[in-house]
Design a binder for this molecule. Sequence first.
Ligand code: NAD
Length: 260
Amino acid sequence: MRLADKVALITGAGRGIGRAIAEGYTREGARVAIADLDLDTARSTAAELSTGGGEVMAVGMDVTDEAAVDAGVRQVAEAWGRIDILVANAGIQHIESVDRLSLENWRKVVAVHLDGAFLVTRACLQRMYADGQGGCVLYMGSVHSKLASPLKAPYVAAKHALLGLCRSVAREGADHGVRANVICPGFVRTPLVEKQIPEQARELGISEESVIRDVMLKDTVDGEFTTLEDVSQLAVDLAAFPSAALTGQSVVVSHGWYMQ
Ligand code: NAD
């Protein structure tokens, strides 16, 4: 039990990568708050994980809503007395070229990834600093924190910006025992990715098979998708790491796509 007695809050944990991390954390003994825009999904995920023996709660939270974030973090801290681990994971995608992109769609994507990560970070840091027991902040970056693909400008820009937020939190958090790191997955077959396969096929004028083989997995070493388990395992390892030797870093988990 590598995370026994820890309290974790994970945004966007109703499904996909966030849910997989929640499963990994409960297996390692943490109490986990499943925060999601979609409260029904968060509730059913929480119910399923608690059936498996985990101590889990569902929190309705739009990460772009300052008041909702502050209230959600307060709810978790009051229920369980502390917050040790934050995983800022909630995310959306929008497929369009820069020349046709509306300011509204730009802002929508950046708001969820970047403003959302800032708001949950601030609320959790206030709690971690006040408790004086340190903590761990993990950002869900992407290989797109390191490089660009076409048709994803707001996503790529926001994922790059998370590196800067992480490094700032690593610097400031050190005095309080708080570490911050970024997880950078390659493509994982979640609803976010399933949705963009036909969208990219349409935009690029190629087949869906070609999007997978020639676009998404082209630069991996083995043509394989990264799995939910791969990302969840890394999130456990980073959260359980015992010292500030590992802070301010970004770890790519991608079958070799982008070697740093
Ligand atoms: P997903 O669409 O399966 O899940 C995203 C979750 O975030 C959903 O439950 C959704 O309700 C929630 N969400 C969306 N907007 C929200 C908001 N405003 N407030 C709170 N919750 C919100 O996506 P996923 O693939 O699991 O992606 C999770 C994270 O991983 C994202 O940050 C994404 O950019 C990142 N990522 C995904 C991949 C991939 O290939 N799937 C690769 C690299 C990084």
